[in-house]
Structure formats: C-alpha cells, structure tokens
Design a protein around this ligand. Structure first.
Ligand SMILES: Nc1nc2c(ncn2[C@@H]2O[C@H](COP(=O)(O)OP(=O)(O)O)[C@@H](O)[C@H]2O)c(=O)[nH]1
Ligand SMILES: [Mg+2]
Length: 309
C-alpha cells in the first residue's frame, strides 16, 4: 500500500481540539480531486464519525441579492451571543457568479468573519451537482467534529440563478413551487417600513399558496416570517421557529429517520459512482458499452436488455 502524504492523525487531533486551521485543511482535503486525498479524507471522516451529527443543520437558499449572507451575519451573531458555535458553508453551484458572490459574502459577514465562535468557509464550486452535494455533506461532518453545533449552508439553489435571468411568470411560479415543497420556513427579507405593505401582501399570497400543498412529511407546518436582516429585525423569531420545529421532529422520530435516509442515500450514490468508475476503467467494458450504445440508439436492442448485458 502506498503511504499517504496526508497526516490524518494530525488532522483528526487538530479538529477535535477545535483548531480552525486544521478544519480548513481537512475541508480542502475533502474538496480535492486527487485520489490519494480522497482516500485520506474518507479515512479521516470514518475516524471522526463518533463526533459528528450533533448539530442543527440549516440550509439557506434564495436568488442572488435577496440577503442570504446579510441574514447569516445577523443570525450567526445572534446565535454566538447565545453561546453557540456556528459554521457557515457557502456553496455556489453556478461557477460564473461565484467569484462575485463570494467576495460579496466576505464583506456582508464582516463581524461573523472575525468572531472566534464562528467559522466561515466559501466552498470551491464547480463539478457535478452530486459532487458538490457530497463535498458539502462531508464538510458539514468535519465542522460538527470540530464542535460547531449550528451549521448554516448558504446556496443559490438548483436552477434558480439561470432561471431568473429570463424570468417569465411561469418560471417564477416554478421557482416558488420548488422552494415551497422543500422549505420549512420562508423569510421575507427587506421588509422595511416603506416596504411593509408589499411584504405583507407577499406573506398573504404565500400563506394562501401554502394551503394548496399537502402537509410536509415532517408533519410540521411551514411558516412565513418577515423582517430586515440588515437591521437585525425579525431574526430572533427565526431561531424560535427552528427550535420548536426541531423539538417536534425529534419527538416524532422524523428527525432520526431523515438522518438515516440521508446516510443511506450518500452511501448508495457514492457506491454507484465507484462501480461506474471501476467499470469505465475496464477496457472490455468500454468496448461492450459503446457497442451496446449503438444498438440501443438505432433501436436494435431494448435499453433495459442492453443495460443488463
Ligand atoms: N434594505 C435592506 N437591504 C438589505 C437587507 N438585507 C440585505 N440587504 C442588501 O441586499 C444586498 C444583497 O445582500 P446579500 O446578503 O449579499 O445577498 P445574497 O446574495 O442573498 O447573499 C446587499 O447590498 C445588502 O446590504 C435588508 O434587510 N434591508
Ligand atoms: Mg451571499
């Protein structure tokens, strides 16, 4: 076996000692495309398993400019004042925009960036969505092992950045639908005095629209709150909601089931990837694959039969 150049023990020790520099290094390892780094990362994650999973994980999504980073600055500040340790992962699947938004995020979170109870990591973007999701998941586990008990993940969300460029009514509906099926809480930001009437209208519309959806599988009602992240207004109510929601889904067992499913999903998708990698590195498989592809393309072989072959 080739000896890995990565000092896994030092990383493990550093993370458990809550050393932010070591956490950063470990996240870089997780994000690396080098096979030796990936092997080291999975070893490290396996060692750290007993120290993970003890956090509240909160995903924050919305189109660019709505105030996600500003919200995190305010919300993260509030949480650290309450004694929590907060990790922020900023994920941007749309690489052309990411440079600008990551720069923007740094200035938006200037207090949190120097707060010793907070850790901010703008993640490298690019690659497949599945790849980004997996790296983010692994980074979350590392942050948990480093003692962060609240993890905030900022992302523009799938398809939203592209869709909004054209933004016809239908597409806007589509975005709303996607968000509403996923979200546990909708926060209407920038609801200042002179904007209050419009914000309230939006809140009413969302409430009405939400009635059309079946109950969430968590069994917990989706809430629509509003406020102004820039001036720390309405932020405490978000934390109150999250605490109530967490208590509820933990008492019903939904929380545990959800975590179990997440772990299995990650395992299955990674296993699928490994099997594909293995097959594709096998010359005779590649030959058979391209032959079958031709037959299937021209309708000479049934796709299901071809896959089995
Ligand atoms: N007036 C007002 N401006 C806000 C508020 N929240 C954010 N902004 C501004 O909106 C812009 C985009 O915010 P940012 O947090 O970077 O949005 P993100 O792209 O969703 O992360 C910045 O200029 C913020 O200062 C708010 O509550 N009120
Ligand atoms: Mg941002």
């Amino acid at each position: 076996m080739i000896k890995s150049s990565v000092d896994i023990e030092a990383l493990e020790k550093g993370i458990l000692e809550r050393n932010p520099g070591m956490l950063s290094k470990a996240i870089t390892l997780v994000e690396s495309k080098l096979q030796s780094h990936q092997d080291a990362a999975s070893l490290l994650l396996n060692q750290l398993m007993p120290y993970t999973e003890k956090s509240v994980r909160i995903g924050i999504t919305g189109v660019p400019g709505v105030g996600k980073s500003t919200f995190i600055e305010s919300f993260g500040g509030l949480l650290t004042k309450k004694g929590h340790r907060v990790a922020v992962l900023a994920v941007d699947p749309s690489s052309p925009i990411s440079k600008g938004s990551i720069l923007g995020d740094k200035t938006r979170m200037e207090n949190l960036a120097v707060n010793p109870q907070a850790f901010i990591r703008p993640s490298a973007s690019g690659g497949t969505l599945g790849g980004i999701a997996q790296r983010t998941y692994e980074s979350i586990l590392l942050c948990e092992a480093a003692g962060y008990d609240i993890i905030l993940v900022e992302t523009v969300g799938v398809g939203q950045s592209e869709t909004l460029v054209t933004g016809t009514g239908d597409e806007l509906q589509g975005i709303k639908r996607g968000i509403m099926e996923m979200a546990d809480l909708i926060f209407i930001n920038k609801a200042s005095e002179d904007n209050l009437a419009a914000a309230q209208r939006t809140q009413n519309e969302l409430h009405k629209a939400l009635h059309l959806y079946p109950m969430k599988s968590s069994g917990y009602k989706v809430e629509v709150l509003m406020g102004e992240a820039l001036h720390d207004i309405g932020i405490e109510a978000v934390w109150d909601f999250i605490q109530d929601q967490q208590a509820h889904i933990k008492s019903t067992g939904f929380f545990n089931r959800q975590r179990q499913n997440q772990r299995l999903d990650i395992f299955k998708s990674h296993l699928g990837q490994l099997v594909m990698d293995y097959l594709q590195n096998n010359p005779s498989f590649e030959q058979a694959l391209s032959q079958a592809e031709k037959l299937i393309q021209y309708g000479e072989m049934h796709p299901l039969f071809g896959a089995k072959e």
